[in-house]
Structure formats: C-alpha cells, structure tokens
Write a protein that binds this ligand. Structure first.
Ligand SMILES: [Zn+2]
Length: 261
C-alpha cells in the first residue's frame, strides 16, 4: 500500500495500533560514472514496497523524501545534500503528523550510509518524544541484512561500498536502463587506518569524516564489475526477506507505557 494513493477515508479505516507505517530514506548523490543519482532512494523505496506487498494490509509505505545527508559527496557533480538538522526536522515533522492521526508504529528504513547517524538519533529522540503512544524504529537495510548479503557476495572486503557489486546489481535488476556498465570503475579504497573500513557490510567502531573524493576519484567504492541483474534479483530478495522478518516482529512490539518504569 502506497500512502500517497490512499484517500482520507482509506487512511481512517486503517488500524492505528497494528498498521506499520514505513518511511523510506535515501539520497540524491553521485553513484560513480555508471549509476543514477537517485540510486539509494530508488532502492530503499523499491525494497519497502516489495516487503509491504508480502505483508498484505499490515504495512503502508510513505512516499520517500528524496534527499539525505550527503555532505561527503559534494565534490562530485550533481550531489545534493540536506544539512543533518534539515533531514532530522523533516522526519520529525512527518512523524509528528502521523502521531496526530493516532498511528502507533513508524519504521524508518534507510538506504544510505550517510544517513545512518541521523537515523540513530531520530529513533532515540522520536522514541522518547512519542513514548507510550508510538513505537518508532530505524534501520539501514544493508546492515539489517548484512549476513544474508555476505553469503551472496563475490567481492572481497572493500568490494561493496558505494555504486558497488551490491548496489549496481540491484539497480540492474530494477532499472537496467539506468546503468552504464561500460563506464563502471573499480576501487578498493584505502581509508588510511585499520580502524576504518569502507565496506558496506563491515562498518567501523570509530567514526570520522571521510570525503568520498579522497577515497575514489570517480566516486565508486568497490567492484561494480562483479554486478549483474541475476545477482541483483538475489540480493533484492534476500533483503526483502530480512525486512519482512523484522517488520513481522516490529508489528508485535508493545506500544503503551503501561507496566513499565
Ligand atoms: Zn548508494
């Protein structure tokens, strides 16, 4: 179910306590020489819609706000960034509106690494603000599905980062017309310390600002030459399965503050 396609009467008929409202988050930023700027939002939205389709009548997907926090991509043409405060304020206002309509479950499903810290803060701040009336959770889908993605990957560490084996495969699966595979370039970036990793599935315990132009001259982190649409379909299905598993669990989390201290 797409939120923007519902009428007010259809919204009014939704179960306020049970329905999971999903806000997909992504970015509009460079994705190497071979992929579209909207990759992250396109993927997050498509994954949310596919997961919602497997949970008929229980999940409504809101239209994604296209832009994210992409400060680290601004030295490349085309990238657009919100300040982190704008991104936070926008999501806070959307959630406040849903709270006003009495909804009890909101899930932020993020598809862009640069939004990760903001999503963490939003889950905490909004969870506290709406405590007892609304349950809010935030996740980055490739972190949630990391073990499943790891089983399918062919690249070594560093081969999945940005416009990489993973993202390129999934856009080849969804929108092959938007991928210029002959322009794809490979980078195994060196972030300069063993404490830092650019791999999508690894993450670093230590956080620091990494400007993508310093990591890669063309903006790709990883190995898109390993991408193909068949792998894209497999990655996509694996992530959808993990999202459905999580959403089924989230739909049962208690909302009210009763019996809690
Ligand atoms: Zn991306």
């Amino acid at each position: 179910m797409r939120y923007e396609e519902l009428s007010q009467l259809q919204v009014d008929a939704l179960d306020r306590e049970k329905t999971v409202l999903v806000i997909p988050l992504g970015s509009v930023e460079q994705h190497g020489h071979h992929m579209p700027l909207g990759t992250d939002t396109m993927l997050a939205y498509a994954l949310c819609l596919a997961a919602a389709a497997q949970m008929e009548g229980q999940v409504v997907v809101l239209p994604p706000p296209w832009y994210g926090f992409s400060a680290h991509h601004m030295r490349f043409p085309g990238s657009i960034t919100l300040s982190h405060t704008t991104l936070m304020a926008m999501v806070e206002d959307i959630v406040a509106s849903l709270a006003q309509h009495g909804f009890g479950r909101v899930l932020l499903i993020n598809g862009h690494g640069g939004n990760g810290g903001v999503v963490d803060v939003l889950a905490a701040v909004l969870g506290k603000r709406h405590y007892g009336r609304m349950r809010i959770a935030g996740l980055t889908y490739f972190a949630l599905a990391a073990p499943a993605i790891a089983r399918l990957r062919r690249s070594r560490e560093g081969g999945m980062g940005h416009a990489c084996e993973f993202e390129t495969s999934m856009i080849m699966h969804l929108r092959p017309d938007l991928v210029a595979a002959d322009r794809a370039q490979i980078t195994y970036p060196d972030p300069g310390s063993a404490y830092l990793s650019t791999d999508l599935l690894k993450g670093s315990a230590v956080k620091t600002y990494l400007d993508f132009k310093d990591l890669s001259p063309h903006g790709t982190l990883g190995d898109p030459s390993l991408a193909n649409p068949e792998m894209g379909a497999e990655f996509f299905a694996a992530v959808v399965a993990e999202l459905v598993r999580f959403m089924e669990d989230f739909a049962r989390w208690p909302i009210t503050a009763e019996n809690r201290t």
